[in-house]
Design a protein around this ligand. Structure first.
Ligand code: TYD
Ligand code: MG
Length: 459
């Protein structure tokens, strides 16, 4: 008979406590401890012993040599975020808000792999096989090797995998499945953890990659314990504004590649379309001589992205003027208006200021400061920004421009899209080291926000 004892697991940090408390002693969050019943393993059959009986020390060289090839993907954006295809035996957690397109993207990936490599098992614990079938036909997916299983018991899912030996397994979602062997109720922290662990163990033992869909909580973290993120090899996050078609797939953790990669997709009526050249798309509807519009060169990971920053300044009808930002950090916006008032002498005290990043994008890096400040000044002074100008730079509290990272990469992207001039902090130019600047773009280094406005705005 297995011994049972009670423990308490924090749903935020995943720490285990012996006693219940209102506040987690590790992360300090309130009301997050959940009761878990653990069974002490029977001595002769510890859960690991069955699959991993051959663990012994290996020479590093012998391991490196027997690297299995990755499964290549046709969707190059997805492939890049994964670090160049799917690693056999890898366990990948895909998170994102409801309705953002996780199931759609993974179904497309499943079809992609099924067509090229062989059987793929798509386990749907939330939708019926019929619903998935309808979605697939809408996406134009018809694949003999793509199998849909509507099942919620993890043991039975494992049996199907055993019998079928697919090249890829997708479980949508990990919160909706449960294990009959686990003593706690379905949907609890320990259920999610046990199910994920069982799938992960199977994947590692048989070299089958497993993709788990995870829900996102109100707070924006992947629901279930943080331990889930620690367990898996990679965590991908699908983000986007609900009312915009763009979706960014970000790698938050990746044991097999860089976490700086971002894939850009567009949600269409035919599923998720890859956007190979996002900058072009974000600038497509721009009016070149409108006031209050500036082009920022921001970085998403290692990828430069040109986005249009729009600002509107108008005299307020209230005693307290408003500063409203969409896609920018509100504190940054306050700071920039203060610097414009104090250091440039712009009288913004009676102006409502609205800033928007076009296309539902977010730019949080300080390198976008200068473009935001220029856009505000352009609207306030009613003078357009030169249409051929791309802008990068962080603004300091004294109105000085501070250097930004990866300048040459940014300038290359701007030059590629036909911008002939770029405004950058002078210190960035001095600090760029031996990298050569791209041809066809005149790079202007300036020291202060005041000088930058002078150069950026049409006289
Ligand atoms: P879905 O993949 O079900 O999201 P998730 O699994 O993350 O909850 O996508 C749901 C939304 O996507 C839904 O609002 C409809 C929309 N959609 C399209 O716009 N085009 C399509 O081809 C498909 C399949 C869905
Ligand atoms: Mg879904």
């Amino acid at each position: 008979m297995a011994r049972e004892k009670k423990q308490y697991v924090c749903s935020v940090c995943g720490s285990t406590q012996l006693r219940w408390a209102g506040k987690c002693p590790d992360c300090g969050e309130w009301n997050t401890l959940e009761e878990v019943v653990v069974r002490a393993p029977e001595k002769s059959r510890s859960s690991m012993a069955a699959g991993d009986s051959v663990s012994r020390p290996l020479s590093l060289l012998s391991i490196a040599q027997d690297d299995l090839p990755r499964l290549p993907l046709n969707m190059s954006e997805l492939s890049r975020v994964l670090g160049g295809g799917i690693v056999p035996g890898a366990c990948v957690l895909v998170g994102g808000d409801p309705g953002i397109g996780k199931s759609t993207l993974l179904l497309q990936m499943a079809a992609d792999v099924a067509a090229a490599r062989g059987p793929v098992l798509y386990v749907s614990a939330e939708e019926s096989a019929h619903q998935i079938g309808r979605r697939a036909s809408r996406l134009g997916i018809r694949d003999e090797q793509l199998f849909i299983l509507s099942e919620i018991v993890v043991e039975s899912i494992l049996d199907h995998i055993e019998a079928m030996k697919p090249v890829l397994v997708i479980v949508d979602s990990v919160q909706a499945i449960y294990s009959g062997n686990s003593a706690s109720a379905a949907g609890t922290v320990s259920q999610v953890r046990d199910c994920a662990a069982a799938l992960l163990r199977m994947g590692k033992a048989q070299n089958i990659p497993v993709f788990l869909v995870g829900h996102v909580t109100k707070e924006g973290t992947i629901a279930g314990p943080r331990v889930l993120e620690h367990m898996v090899d990679a965590v991908l996050q699908l983000e986007g504004e609900r009312f915009h078609a763009f979706r960014l797939l970000r790698s938050v953790k990746n044991r097999f590649g860089s976490t700086n990669e971002v894939g850009v997709f567009e949600m269409t009526e035919k599923g998720m379309d890859e956007v190979r050249n996002p900058s072009e798309l974000f600038l497509a509807e721009r009016l070149p001589n409108a006031t209050g519009s500036a082009i920022a060169v921001s970085m998403e990971g290692t990828r430069p992205l040109l986005v249009e920053v729009q600002a509107l300044s108008s005299t307020t009808a209230f005693s307290m003027p408003r500063r409203t930002g969409n896609g920018v950090d509100p504190n940054r916006l306050l700071l920039l208006t203060a610097v414009l008032s104090k250091r440039v002498g712009m009288d913004l005290g009676d102006q409502d200021i609205f800033v928007n990043i076009v296309g539902g994008m977010r730019v949080d890096e300080p390198a976008a400061d200068l473009s935001i400040a220029v856009a505000i000044a352009s609207s306030f002074r009613n003078r357009p920004v030169h249409a051929d100008l791309a802008i990068v730079g962080e603004v300091g509290l004294s109105g000085e421009l501070r250097s930004v990272g990866q300048l040459v990469r940014r300038l290359n992207e701007a030059a590629k899209l036909g911008f002939t001039r770029a405004l950058t902090p002078r210190s960035s130019l001095q600090r760029r080291g031996g990298d050569t600047l791209p041809k066809g773009i005149e790079v202007i280094g300036v020291r202060t926000l005041y000088d930058a406005l002078d150069l950026a705005l049409v006289k």
